[in-house]
Design a protein around this ligand. Structure first.
Ligand code: ATP
Ligand code: MG
Length: 166
């Protein structure tokens, strides 16, 4: 059951499909400029969730793991919107992140999904949606949403209603 507390939401996902569906509900309501930070260890479910977000948003091609290229750019048919999926796992440091323009990407008017945000912490805006994935067992994942700033409180409330009807 989701825990009801303003600005936060906690959930136990029982399988990968559930995690993706949750992502999809979020993807449907993303707006240009929204920044979603996905934290958690290897295999915790960040990309599974991001894939769902992409699907809900309408991304073409589907969002996959960006491990070998740091930035994946997606478009959708509905409009000329773009969505960026970034994996900072292999970012060597802030200079490296700046060299591929992460700072500008975070200021752009496109939604950004960012895996391993802690690797680029100094570049993160204060206002964002943090989502933490924690491994419980082979299939269960604890997912914690934390809204930072007014836009993200609103986003999380809309998400909560759409995903859980609560
Ligand atoms: N409830 C669940 N939610 C998400 N993934 C799950 C769940 N149960 C099992 N899995 C499996 O865990 C793995 C999650 O992998 P994923 O690539 O999403 O992790 P990640 O957090 O992006 O890791 P990395 O840091 O390596 O990019 C997948 O193989 C998926 O099938
Ligand atoms: Mg990943």
């Amino acid at each position: 059951m989701p825990i009801l507390k303003p600005g936060t939401l906690e959930f136990i996902s029982l399988n990968v499909e559930q995690t993706a569906r949750l992502g999809s509900r979020l993807g449907e309501i993303l707006r240009p400029g929204d920044i979603i930070c996905l934290s958690g260890g290897l295999g915790a479910g960040k990309t599974a969730f991001a894939r769902g977000v992409g699907k809900g948003w309408g991304a073409v091609p589907p969002v996959t793991s960006p491990t070998f290229t740091l930035v994946h750019e997606h478009t959708r048919q509905a409009d000329s919107g773009r969505l960026f999926h970034v994996d900072s796992y292999r970012v060597a440091g802030i200079e490296d992140a700046l060299s591929f323009g992460l700072d500008e990407l975070l200021l752009d008017r496109h939604p950004v999904l960012l895996e391993w945000p802690e690797r680029v912490a100094p570049l993160l805006p204060e206002e964002r949606l943090d989502i933490l994935f924690r491994f419980e067992d082979s299939e269960r994942r604890h997912i914690q949403f934390e809204a930072r700033g007014e836009r993200y409180n609103e986003l999380l409330e809309t998400f909560r209603r759409r995903a859980f009807g609560a």
